[in-house]
Structures are given as structure tokens and as C-alpha cells.
Design a protein. Structure first.
Length: 530
């Protein structure tokens, strides 16, 4: 079975907007800066270099990163990458992700691998430049229900606690009880012990979720030079003050994004802007800022400011202002010398809403790259698929379609009555002709008879299909069992399984097994045989 034959567009798992983006449909071309390619990345370098001038931003970024890495055992490659950010000839490739417990679903790994691999490709193509892979931790998010669990071998492990403020500041207290349950499920063995140690060192030895996630990501990817950034930081936000002020006073993002979403109305709109796309944050508070009758109010809190008061607060405490999903991309591109953002389909969809906003505030819009997607399979599963006569295209199809197609193949005779229906249609054409030349009132009776007989053939077709499914039930069960293994809950494996499930079998070699076949600029679904 070939392992790279499914394009994203043909996989059935991407939206019409993403398919149009990948196909470079002219309808979407005005919503992005450049389509991802090495040639376009060279143009992006020149544009970003022109618009990201001065050493002050770079010095602040490096200073913040050095402080954040002061208590972590970083690789020489990562430390070198941080220092390189001081160089005006250094650019970043960035991905972002929520602080999912123990990394959450597999695609967390694919995002970071795509980012690292693209920096490698760019260094080969442009050896005089430097390229640093960045993982932007979504420490200021607050939707704890989205991140407080992961799936392991079909079982959901959930961290039951309460969270009110930015999740990065959330205490890891109480995760020792969670760990005891998970450790029992892992069992014993060298790789199981490695996973337990990794969880303990990440979550039980760090006091908050941001530090825990940084440790975990560094343990998995530090040797590849990944730089992990927590932008919930007063120094970085001071750089962003002019844009926060613009948002508070003029609500530019709302105006421009609403204009864009109107133009994108034929697609599913991923996010809708607020009038003010900022939150007010403290350790246990993250609530929207609302402007009512000239007064800035914090939603669900008894906090309010006049215009002069909120601008004074911004100057003195920029860390109390947090960008939402609309403003966060701008924050990223203001503080990083970034060329490309790598994300999933939903992320790219909301970035496409933002280009006109970026143009209005005169910030370079990054290249948008859909992250790599992959399906992990064992040699045993590939052998099963071969014996069952299954292609990867078969396995990617909906289960009902797969079962029907395989039943038709296994049947000794055709279950498709299309020929009979066509013959019936021709017979009724003659009857319609007779009706037109005699009594036209006869036409209704002929139409009713035709519909009745077509319906009869369709019912016979369904009964025959059902009978053949019973006859070949054993083979069909093996087919669906295999598909369910590879597509748990009839969904993409990468959205369901946690990396620990595979680490248990393949240990520390797992990351390298994933790094090698994933090509960042290739829009083909990779099937990786472990």
C-alpha cells in the first residue's frame, strides 16, 4: 500500500475553505499575503526585514526568553537560537497551541514538527539567513474545558479542577492524584516508566501550567532547537501598547474584520469579532473589556474605567490587557520577526479574516501554512489492510460508504440496479409519449406508476444489500474493526489519540520516526508505518 496517496483535499476531513485555500482558488487570494512556497518565503523575508527594523524589539524578546529559560535545562541548539534572535538576519517560523494536558491530541506534535522541519528547509535554501522555530504557548486562553483532558487507548483522562483566569497561571496542585490513576493504566516497562517520569517532571515538579507545558515541549523537542515562548509578559506587552490603545479608542479590528467576514459569507465563519477584542486579566480573572457610554467596563466584574484611567492603566500595567483570538495574531507578528504561521484548518480559517486588519495597522501579514497531518499505522495493520484488499482511500472514506462499497465488491452479482432503472425509464418514456398524443390526464397516472416501480427497485436494492452484508458479515467486521483502530470514533487519529499511546511502544524514537517523513510544504496526508 502506498503511504502518501491522500491529498488533504481528497481526504474528506477538510472544510471547503481549506480546500479552496490549498487549491489557490481565486476567490480567496485577496485574503492572504502569499501562498506557502520557498519562492514566496524569500519574498516574505524581504518584506518582513523591511518592516521589522530596529534592535529594541529583538533585545526585549531575547531578554524575556532568557529569563523564561533560566530555570530549564535547554539544549545548546535552543540557547543558540535564542541568541540568534538578536541578529537582524534571523527570522522565526511560529506555531501556537493551547496548554492541553500532557500535550492533548497527537496533532500537537505535528504542528511543532512542521515548524521545525520548515526552518531546516529554509536554512538549506537560504544559508546566509537564520530561522528559529517558535512554539507560542496559548497561556492567556481561559477555556479550561478544552484542555483539561487527553485520551489514552480510548479512555478519557480528565483533570477535575476549577480555572477562572488565564490557564498558564493555573496551579498544577492536585495533579498528583490524576497521575496515580494514569500511571496504573500505563503499567510497567521501560517506556511506561519514561512516560511516568516525563509527566512527573513536567506537572508535579512545576507550580503552574505554563511552566509545566514548557518543560514538556522542551523535553520532547529541545534537541531540535525549538524555542518556547510565553507571551503573557509585561515587557512584551509594552511593545504592543500602541495597538492596544488603537483597539481601545477606535475598535479598528472590529470594523475591518466585519468587512472581511461579509466577503467570506459563502464559507463557514470561524470567529466573529467583538467591538473590543481585548480581555482584562489578573491571576483568577479573564473577562472581556466592554465600552458603554464612554465607560470601559470589565464584564462580570465590578471594575470600570474612564478613557483616561484605562489609558493610564495601559501605560503602567500592560500585562493586564490580553488579546483575544482576533488580536492575538497581531500581537504575535508585532513582537516576532515572523515569516510564517503554521496551524490547523480552523486556525488558518480565522487568520484569513485578518489580512485587511493587518494592512490597516501596517503590520506585515505572515504566510499561512496548514500543518502536516498524518496517520500512524503498524506493519500489522498494513498487512491486514492488504489482505482485505483495502486502499488508504478506502480507509479514509466514511464507514457507511466503505461498508457499502466492499459489500458490492464481495457480492457474486451486482447489487446496483442502475441498468434496470434505466431500462424502466425508457419504457416509461414511451408511455409518456403515448399520453401526450392521447389523453393528457393519463400523464399523472403514468408518473405515479413510474415513481412506484422505481421505489420498488430501490427497496429491492436495499434488501439485497442487507442480505449480502449478512452473508459477508465476518469480512465486513474485520474491515470496520481495522478502520476503527486507525480512525477512533470515526474521526482522525491525530484528533483523538495522545502521543503517550505510541511512546509506550516506540519510546524516544517516536519523535524521530515522525520528523523524517513529514514535509512541511507537501499537502499530502502522510501514512507513517511505525
Amino acid at each position: 500500500m502506498p503511504t502518501d496517496c491522500i491529498s488533504y483535499q481528497n481526504s474528506g476531513y477538510f472544510s471547503s475553505m481549506m480546500n479552496d485555500y490549498l487549491n489557490q482558488n481565486p476567490n480567496l487570494q485577496s485574503f492572504y499575503n502569499r501562498f506557502p512556497s520557498l519562492e514566496n518565503l524569500e519574498k516574505q523575508i524581504l518584506e518582513k526585514q523591511e518592516n521589522f527594523k530596529g534592535n529594541a524589539k529583538r533585545e526585549i524578546l531575547v531578554s524575556v526568553l532568557e529569563k523564561q529559560y533560566s530555570k530549564i535545562n535547554a539544549s545548546a541548539t535552543t540557547l543558540s537560537n535564542i541568541k540568534l534572535l538578536n541578529d537582524s538576519n534571523t527570522f522565526t517560523i511560529t506555531t501556537g497551541h493551547q496548554l492541553n494536558l500532557f500535550s492533548g491530541p497527537l496533532y500537537f506534535l505535528y504542528k511543532i514538527i512542521t515548524t521545525i522541519n520548515l526552518t531546516k528547509e529554509l536554512k538549506i535554501k537560504f544559508p546566509s539567513r537564520n530561522f528559529v522555530p517558535i512554539y507560542w504557548m496559548a497561556t492567556e486562553d481561559h477555556d479550561f474545558e478544552e484542555i483539561n483532558y487527553f485520551n489514552f487507548k480510548g479512555q478519557k483522562f480528565r483533570w477535575n479542577t476549577e480555572s477562572f483566569g488565564p490557564v498558564g497561571r493555573l496551579s498544577t496542585e492536585g495533579l498528583d492524584d490524576f497521575f496515580e490513576v494514569f500511571a496504573q493504566e500505563l503499567g510497567s516497562g521501560k517506556n511506561a516508566e519514561s512516560i511516568k517520569k516525563l509527566f512527573q517532571e513536567s506537572y508535579l515538579n512545576h507550580s503552574n501550567l505554563a511552566d509545566a507545558t514548557r518543560f514538556l515541549a522542551n523535553a520532547l523537542f529541545g534537541k531540535y532547537g525549538l524555542v518556547i515562548l510565553d507571551a503573557d509578559n509585561a515587557e512584551l506587552k509594552r511593545t504592543f501598547i500602541p495597538y492596544i490603545k488603537e483597539e481601545l479608542l477606535h475598535q479598528t479590528s472590529y470594523k475591518k474584520v466585519v468587512e472581511t467576514t461579509e466577503k467570506l459569507k459563502n464559507y463557514f465563519i470561524q470567529v466573529n469579532p467583538r467591538k473590543i477584542n481585548l480581555f482584562f486579566v489578573e491571576d483568577n480573572l479573564r473577562e472581556r473589556i466592554i465600552l458603554e457610554n464612554g465607560i470601559y467596563k470589565v464584564n462580570n466584574a465590578k471594575i470600570e474605567f474612564s478613557e483616561s484611567e484605562i489609558l493610564e492603566l495601559l501605560e503602567n500595567h500592560p500585562e493586564k490587557f490580553s488579546p483575544n483570538v482576533i488580536m492575538r495574531p497581531l500581537y504575535q507578528e508585532v513582537i516576532l520577526p515572523n515569516l510564517c504561521y503554521i496551524g490547523g484548518g480552523g486556525e488558518i480559517a480565522y487568520w484569513l479574516e485578518l489580512k485587511s486588519f493587518f494592512e490597516e495597522v501596517k503590520v506585515t501579514f505572515p504566510i499561512l501554512l496548514l500543518r502536516n497531518s498524518a496517520l500512524l499505522a503498524t506493519a500489522k495493520q498494513v498487512s491486514k489492510a492488504d489482505k482485505l484488499g483495502l486502499t488508504w482511500k478506502d480507509l479514509f472514506s466514511k464507514q457507511s460508504d466503505l461498508v457499502n462499497a466492499k459489500t458490492a465488491q464481495l457480492s457474486e452479482f451486482s447489487i446496483d440496479f442502475s441498468i434496470q432503472k434505466e431500462h424502466l425509464n425508457k419504457q416509461f418514456e414511451a408511455l409518456f409519449e403515448i399520453s401526450n398524443h392521447t389523453d393528457k390526464s393519463f400523464l399523472g397516472a403514468v408518473k405515479a406508476q413510474e415513481a412506484k416501480q422505481i421505489k420498488g427497485l430501490e427497496n429491492l436494492e436495499k434488501r439485497l444489500m442487507k442480505a449480502q452484508k449478512r452473508k459477508h458479515s465476518e469480512t465486513l467486521e474485520r474491515i470496520t474493526d481495522l478502520q476503527n483502530e486507525l480512525f477512533p470514533n470515526q474521526s482522525l487519529q491525530e484528533r483523538q489519540a495522545n502521543f503517550s499511546e505510541f511512546y509506550l511502544d516506540y519510546g524516544s524514537d517516536l519523535i524521530e520516526k515522525l520528523m523524517l517523513p513529514l514535509k512541511p510544504l507537501d499537502t499530502t496526508f502522510q501514512v507513517i508505518v511505525l
